[in-house]
Design a protein around this ligand. Structure first.
Ligand code: GCW
Length: 671
């Protein structure tokens, strides 16, 4: 029996898989060869499309003999030239063929055909192998099982409640979870962690007596080739096991983890593994026992290894009890200082999960130096699809270009354009891309309907880190708005394309970051973290602003990079403008490459950013006749808030720096 396509509740948006996207496929004759759970998924998808649009699908052996097919989707299990997730697609003699040796490959091949649309069925197409560049393409949910008194159901969640958990337990109706898995498979994601990395008491028990709830989620995601992962607390042997220690070198602790892990695999045979936030922002970890993070990660890796699982160990370790008067301590240095000395010590099934920047998902950060400095360690890059610091899904901020810059960055130098000159890229060096999910139980999935583009883009970039993000945006538009007239396509492109830079313009300037309101992190507060133990300062004074992170006179962070970057960042003369205040404390009068002073740049970009939001709002309004009313209204409403907030940012930031510097705006605007 083919697996039925998940039915979405009334009003839930089909996102990038609307029925119409399947029309080209659904009007044709398809033959499917092979068997297995995911082949049934593929069959279900094609059968559903055919039922809708009048096409035909056959199985082999089946009643298809003598029929000529437009599309053949075939599983050839013995093919040694293709990995499990890879497929070959080509077209000749009027027939399009997708061949795969693994079931996931066939599923990805199907969605490739969906993306091609009518093009899949016209002309000839040379046989082309498609393979994901990164083996691990993962979404981490920061979902709490029970509503947390401060963080709510989903920590940094801006899309309603959790897709997985409600009222302290797993949701009973998992149709939506299955539909989520479907959307994820269609953009290439193959792993999901279903609970918050801050593991509170209730959530800790998912590992043991509540594992059946995780197993139910895994069952819903499996038909779409997605492996389920769990965030666990390092203190589990104490909290759940009744031991008095969680020392990773203690035999009783190791045995406890081995037993607990065996039970997890008894419930979920294809379980992906653990995600761990240790010794970070109050979470327990190996430091309490005088052990290293390699000791901690390797203990869990050993428990997972016999079952084929992986531990994702996060590198987000820093001192959150700093003193702003001490200018030598620098949060940006922390991940490198903690982890680079451990390179080569991590087990083969341990992955170090590194935030893309050295701080914390700010709108502009340099690429983390850790990503180029641990050749003996498996690495995954972590990005944040949930827009904690980039407008919280009330603002349009399409992050594709930012993530693409990170993935194309070459830690040992070289051009980052289309040419491959230079050293390896971050995309080459990392084996995985992990995004903190922006999805909840909202009918549009992501709160802001246009934030779906972030989710789609992150999956596709994980598949192909050197892809042009703008092409991926076009793909998302074409799928989500099938048969859209050119005015709509152009309008969508216009409001999304530059939205990251627009957001950057009206918020924190030149890489300085963290001018947000403490706690919830929405809206401006220039000094919000300036006198705080969290360690995220701009050091603005009457003469200038920025953090001296040079090796010569600052915190030495710039020296964590290999050449040429250590030299490029070391001097204000070579440091790129957009990162200038991240690396240097500059006077307000310093002249940027643009020819403007730092202070005039601050004023101008804040005015420009607001003007760009005003324009985007108008563009969106002009599309009212072309977008379904619910979606149009939701976005229009959010533009009102974005504009209000952007003006607030502009006015607070500009007034603040006018008062600090005493320098008037060259254009005499009201600041
Ligand atoms: O960005 C910060 C967030 C925390 C989060 C932490 C992390 C889950 O403010 O809410 O905790 O990062 O990445 O662990």
């Amino acid at each position: 029996m083919p697996l039925p396509v998940p039915v979405l509740a009334e009003g839930v948006d089909p996102a990038w898989l609307p029925p119409a996207a399947f029309r080209p496929l659904g009007t044709r004759r398809t033959l499917i060869r092979g068997s297995g759970l995911l082949v049934e998924t593929v069959h279900g998808e094609v059968a559903d499309a055919c039922a809708r649009f009048g096409g035909r699908v056959d199985r082999d052996p089946g009643p298809g003999a003598g029929v000529s097919y437009d599309l053949v989707l075939e599983l050839e299990p013995g093919r040694g030239d293709l990995g499990d997730e890879e497929f070959v697609c080509g077209r000749e003699n009027g027939c399009t063929t997708v061949s795969a040796s693994g079931q996931s490959g066939l599923l990805y091949g199907l969605f490739h055909v969906v993306r091609l649309g009518e093009d899949a069925f016209s002309g000839d197409r040379a046989r082309e192998v498609h393979r994901p560049a990164l083996a691990l393409r993962m979404l981490d949910h920061w979902d709490n099982v029970a509503v947390h008194p401060v963080m709510g159901q989903v920590e940094r969640g801006y899309s309603g409640g959790s897709l997985f958990w409600e009222d302290g337990r797993a949701r009973g109706d998992l149709e939506r979870v299955r539909a989520y898995g479907r959307l994820l498979a269609a953009c290439g994601i193959n792993a999901v962690a279903v609970n918050n990395v801050n593991v509170h008491r209730t959530e800790a028990r998912l590992l043991t007596d509540r594992i059946s709830e995780v197993a139910a989620l895994a069952d819903a995601l499996r038909p779409y080739g997605i492996r389920t992962h769990l965030s666990v607390t390092f203190a589990a042997p104490i909290v759940l096991g009744g031991l008095e220690t969680a020392d990773p070198l203690d035999a009783r602790v190791r045995e406890w983890w081995a037993r607990a892990t065996a039970e997890v695999y008894a419930a979920i045979p294809d379980f992906g593994g653990y995600v761990v936030k240790a010794d970070s922002e109050g979470q327990p970890g190996p430091f309490a026992y005088g052990r290293s993070h390699a000791d901690g990660a390797n203990m869990l890796a050993a428990a997972l290894a016999p079952h084929g699982g992986t531990v994702h160990w996060r590198a987000f370790v820093y001192n959150h009890r700093q003193d702003w008067r001490d200018r030598t301590t620098d949060r940006a240095r922390a991940a490198y200082d903690h982890f680079v000395p451990l390179d080569g010590e991590f087990a083969d099934n341990a992955v170090l999960q590194v935030k893309h920047g050295p701080m914390d998902f700010q709108v502009r950060e340099p690429v983390s130096p850790v990503l180029g400095a641990m050749p003996g360690t498996r690495l995954a890059v972590e990005v944040q699809a949930t827009q904690e610091y980039t407008g919280q899904q009330r603002h349009v901020c399409w992050l594709g270009p930012m993530w693409s810059e990170v993935l194309r960055f070459r830690p040992e130098g070289g051009t980052s354009g289309a040419g491959r000159a230079g050293g390896a890229t971050v995309g080459d060096l990392a084996g995985g891309l992990v995004a903190v999910s922006n999805v909840g139980d909202d009918p549009f999935w992501t709160g802001h309907p246009l934030a779906q583009a972030n989710l789609y883009t992150v999956g596709r970039l994980a598949w192909q880190p050197d892809a042009d993000p703008h092409r991926l945006l076009d793909e998302w538009i074409a799928l989500t708005f099938p048969a859209a007239p050119p005015r709509l396509v152009a309008g969508l492109h216009k409001v999304l394309k530059g939205s990251w830079r627009t957001y950057e313009k009206y918020t924190a300037p030149l890489g300085v970051g963290f001018m947000v309101q403490p706690g919830h992190h929405y809206g401006p507060s220039v000094d919000g973290y300036e006198y705080s133990p969290w360690g995220t300062y701009h050091f603005a004074d009457r003469d200038g602003i920025g953090v001296d992170r040079s090796a010569a006179t600052g915190t030495g962070y710039a020296a964590q990079y290999a050449k040429p970057w250590s030299e490029v960042y070391e001097s204000p003369d070579t440091c790129p403008d957009e990162l200038l205040l991240f690396f240097h404390h500059m006077s307000y009068g310093h002249i940027l490459r643009s020819g403007k002073t730092v202070i005039q740049h601050i004023y101008d970009t804040h005015f420009e950013g607001v003007a760009e939001v005003e324009e985007a709002r108008e563009t969106w309004a002009s599309l009212v006749d072309l977008v379904d009313p619910a979606r149009h209204a939701r976005v229009a409403e959010r533009y009102e808030e974005q504009l209000r907030s952007a003006r607030e940012w502009r006015d607070q930031v500009n007034s603040y720096f006018f008062r600090k510097s005493g320098v008037a705006d060259a254009h005499g605007r009201r600041i």
